[in-house]
Design a protein around this ligand. Structure first.
Ligand code: SF4
Length: 387
């Protein structure tokens, strides 16, 4: 099996914190930038021995809001990664941005340092929805940034859209999709608003001031998204992700294919798999920025949580994540890692109910199966034999 991996860089600063967000983020403190970059560079070098036999497929600079960093700091990080690792001939280098002019560099500067994909947190073009989500933007500003980006040399552009916001109708969601399509991104990710603990939205739900969408409303919205994007030549390749031909996210595909990745920065997660050496482990860095920065040059791990797991868990995780993909999971390839069997009677029930299908070596969910994905996945995973 080819040993590929991706690098995720977590920049934990934002100019304001959105009330739905539960990522590891803090209000931006420019005074911490230099020390954070130094610690990130140090961690990249410190962890490099683990991934020295892997080929680098992608670098994803996320957060938080990485565009708050000066472009020369982003360049330092990218150059250090190229100096240390073995890059593929076409590495995807992606940066996440908000459509906020005051946070952005000239896009040509990003292109000049090798960034070839930009993921824009549009969320919506509906002013009421944007206000509810605490975004520092509006329809007009979103459109301006998108048009500016379209004029740059960066061709691979993603929009993140949120749906399921209280007050949103099918018509307003369709309007968001159509406005996105008009601006011609190559990729669209759609996320259902989920209410996470320790967020201002969570407190509103507790006080009955926030009305979540019902299951039926969510199903109708997912169907609408699938239809509108499909009719506009976006291929759904994962439950929440749609791309024009050959613009699928290389970085996210590494996650869904259960490959190795190195997470750098406060609170970043990593995952390492080596079948030959039978190494299966994942870890999570210290979340606190000061603690993370304080460990620079200390020759110590940046993580406080590490889990070593076995090949059986690897197979189960691979099936769980692979079934998120429309192509499904390559069963023959997995069996080459370790042989296992499905429960024949359970599988034939799922086949008869048209929830799953086999295509060549792949097992995948049908459209109906995707709507009931949690139940179908539980059924498959809990009935595996030989693990
Ligand atoms: S800008 Fe993005 S990362 Fe920052 S708080 Fe808002 S949603 Fe979270």
């Amino acid at each position: 099996m080819k040993k590929e991996f991706g690098i995720y860089i977590h920049i934990p600063f934002c100019s304001s914190i959105c009330p739905f967000c539960n990522f590891n983020v803090y209000i931006d403190n420019k005074n911490d930038h230099i020390a954070l970059i130094a610690s990130i560079m140090d961690e990249i070098l410190y962890m490099s021995h683990i991934f020295e036999r892997n080929t680098l497929k992608s670098i994803h600079i996320g957060g938080g809001t990485p565009s708050l960093l000066k472009v020369e700091n982003l360049e330092k990080i990218i150059s250090e990664i190229y100096r240390i690792f073995k890059p593929d001939h076409k590495v995807e280098i992606c940066i996440e941005i908000n459509p906020y002019k005051f946070e952005l560099e000239d896009f040509e500067n990003y292109h000049n340092i090798g960034i070839n994909r930009v993921s824009v947190g549009i969320q919506s073009f509906d002013n009421k929805k944007l206000k509810k989500l605490g975004r520092q933007s509006n329809e007009q500003k979103n459109i301006e940034i998108c048009k500016q980006l379209n004029k740059s040399k960066i061709l691979n552009i993603n929009y993140d859209l949120i749906f399921g916001v209280p007050g949103e109708t099918l018509a307003s969601l369709e309007d968001d999709l159509n406005k996105s399509i008009e601006l011609e991104p190559k990729h669209i990710s759609t996320y259902l608003l989920t209410i996470e603990e320790d967020t201002p939205f969570f407190n509103l739900v507790g006080k009955n001031k926030f009305h979540e969408n019902t299951d039926d409303e969510v199903i109708d919205k997912i169907e609408l998204i699938e239809n509108v994007l499909k009719n506009n030549n976006f291929n759904q390749y994962e439950i929440s992700n749609y791309a024009k031909d050959s613009f699928e996210s290389k970085h996210n595909l590494l996650y869904w294919n259960n490959c190795s990745y190195l997470g750098i920065g406060p609170g970043a997660h990593s995952h390492f798999v080596d079948h030959e050496k039978k190494i299966y482990k994942r870890w999570e860095n210290y979340r606190d920025v000061k603690k993370y920065i304080g460990l620079a040059s200390s020759n110590q791990n940046r993580f406080n949580l590490q889990e070593v797991f076995d090949i059986n868990m690897y197979i189960k995780d691979s099936i769980m994540m692979g079934l998120r993909l429309n192509n499904g999971v390559n069963i023959q390839k997995l069996k080459a890692v370790k042989d296992f069997e499905f429960d024949k009677s359970e599988i034939s029930k799922l086949l008869n109910l048209n929830l799953i299908e086999f295509k060549k070596n792949y097992l995948r969910l049908t459209c109906k199966g995707r709507q009931l994905s949690n139940k179908v996945l539980d059924n498959i995973i809990n009935n595996l034999k030989g693990l």
